[in-house]
Write a protein that binds this ligand. Structure first.
Ligand code: 5RP
Length: 224
């Protein structure tokens, strides 16, 4: 079972990728939050970095810790981003978006030289797809997109709580798409990207440099 100690251990292991003077992407989710808190301690001890958060949540956390921030307006090159994931396959392809921040996360990842994923070992899977794939859609198109994704073999659910749809930081909705196993993640990623109304999907392919998985007190490091 994943626990907070493992999340923190993975987050701690990522600190050695951060150097003074860098622009650092700040991921979203409970494991990324451990990283942001640890980074905050280093900033307090004198580390000089500027962060680009991937969500309003992570921005608020970073500000509360006194981490200096910048924006993609000011800076379009990010040295390192540390983020979590919902699933990671042997080729370091990911499913992300369980926390609803996949759009900004992917934009930040795309501007990043070194994307470091931090996770507990339960996130390692042989094949992606057990975790429902989040797809961010414009509200206008959500029923149409849901029908098209269902035709690809998924059970599609609009993310909602007590009947109220979840709204992303970019004011869109999320469809959670239960595929079971995704035998061709690259092909599915292309099909979803080609669907009008889809803003972004949670398959992150060819983006990760390093993944750090914690199990107990041990951290396994994989590179691509
Ligand atoms: C948010 C994400 C998160 O990184 C992902 O859901 C993992 O979160 P956690 O570390 O809490 O398990 O993609 O959109």
């Amino acid at each position: 079972m994943a626990n907070d100690q493992e999340k923190e251990a993975a987050a701690r292991a990522s600190l050695r990728f951060i150097r003074d003077g860098q622009v650092v992407g700040l991921g979203t989710g409970s494991t990324a939050a451990f990283f942001i808190r640890l980074l905050g301690e280093q900033v307090r001890d004198g580390l000089r970095i500027r962060g680009i958060p991937t969500s309003v949540r992570s921005k608020e956390l970073a500000l509360s810790l006194g981490i200096p921030l910048t924006t993609l307006e000011e800076c379009q090159e990010i040295a390192v981003t540390v983020d979590g994931a919902d699933e990671v396959d042997p080729e370091l392809r990911l499913i992300k978006g369980g926390g609803g921040a996949l759009l900004r996360e992917k934009v930040v990842a795309s501007a990043t030289r070194q994307l470091v994923i931090v996770a507990d070992a339960t996130k390692r899977v042989p094949v992606l797809g057990k975790f429902p794939l989040p797809v961010e859609v414009i509200q206008f198109a959500q029923a149409l997109v849901a029908k098209r994704i269902a035709a690809l073999g998924a059970e599609v659910r609009l993310r909602a709580e007590s009947g109220i749809p979840f709204v992303t930081d970019e004011n869109n909705h999320i469809l959670d798409c239960h595929f079971g196993e995704i035998p061709d993640a690259d092909g599915l990623a292309r099909q979803l990207s080609d669907m009008p109304g889809v803003v972004e999907h949670g398959l992150f392919i060819g983006m990760v440099s390093t993944a750090l998985f914690a199990k107990g007190s041990e951290v396994v490091e994989l590179h691509r």
